[in-house]
Design a protein around this ligand. Sequence first.
Ligand SMILES: [Zn+2]
Length: 470
Amino acid sequence: MRSMLLAALFATAASAQPTPQDARLGQIAAGVDAARMKSTVAKLVTFGTRHTLSSQTDKKRGIGAALDWTESEYKKLGLPTVRPCDTVTGKRVPNPTRVCNMVAIQRGTERPNDVVIITGHIDSRVTDVMNFTSDAPGANDDGSGTAAVIEAARVLSKHKFPGTIVYAALSGEEQGLLGGKILADYAKAQGWNVIANLNNDIIGNSCGSDGVCNDKVVRVFSEGPRWQGHEELAAQIRSLGGENDAPSRNISRFLDSLAERVPSIGLDVMQVWRNDRFGRGGDHTEFLNAGFPAVRMSVAVENYNWQHQDLRTENGIEYGDTIDKMDFPYLAKVTKLNVVALAAIASAPPPPEPTVEGAVSTDTTVTFAPVPGAAKFVVRWRRTDNNHWSEEQRHDGPPLVITECRVPGPACAELINAQRQKVVLPHIRVDDWVFGVSSVSRDGYESPVASAVPGGAFKPWVKPADNPPR
Ligand SMILES: [Zn+2]
């Protein structure tokens, strides 16, 4: 390892000033169209029910017709599609049933193996989760998330990105996060380097049944200590920290920062530092179980009368998940945030995997291997009780890696190892701060931050014993 103190271009407190890159992201997101999204949800509702156990062969009604229609929308955009399926039996699937996702892949131009995935679930339900015959419009849960997936594909397929973007309509969520698991397994089998899964579930209403309304905020849920590997990581985290710095938490911070820097989105992020709503679940959890960073986006105010309900009126109160209850300008805003985040993540190389040293020292040393394709790195730190990265130092990356090591392989690995970077921060005590590093692309796009904590890397955590000998 070369011990090299990099020249800091400048060191300053981090700010949320918009950059030219942010302006371009805002322009891309301007392509999101609320009226078109309303047509998408209206179309999804016409399938009557999209219950996972409904017909897979009926041309007009049921989950099969809905998946076929989604495929045809992707095909119109010229995107290649795959339909990862698995035959499942379980508590909510009494007979072996084929559960399929409909996925479009926009292959990256430079780093096709680095993947960011947007998901929504296309299946719907009524009060009885096993009822697959009654009308279950699922307009908001989760026609809204599915519409966001399709709209993101429509908008982003017009542009090119160095990394790959995957658009996925998932089945089987209501029957037990089945589609999430199928896609996470598929991603693993493909060897995708999943930088983030942005899961959208119930993102299209703005008022609760108690009259509380909010169309200015979206909630982003993220786990804190990473669950995958938590038993092995627990002792290290107790000693070195990391309770608030899993990659998903840094995706959450990244989304919050993007929403501030791209004001044309028109939304604030409320970061909820919990994996999902109290005692409830969503498909992102299956990505987390597989070791992939993932967050869930959901409305600021849920309306419990309008989800998981038989269509009916009782005591003058309307129940059911129908399209007339939705707020499409709001749905468009949440979709814009997704589009901006997908474009940003697909534009920057993934963050490095930093480590930090400095116990009983007046200085802190942050070490990391450079990431191919990254022209610069930003070392960030914040007090342990600060929510956001407050301090930053920008550094040029080593030029050899940029020009000669874009294709992974043994020669590249050696080159990377020889150019490990070491940044010394004088008079900064490691005890009092959390440190992280992000990558910056040649054209100035910045990745989320990976924290220098146990389990902070943007890839599945692997027990040291499981690492193959080199
Ligand atoms: Zn849902």
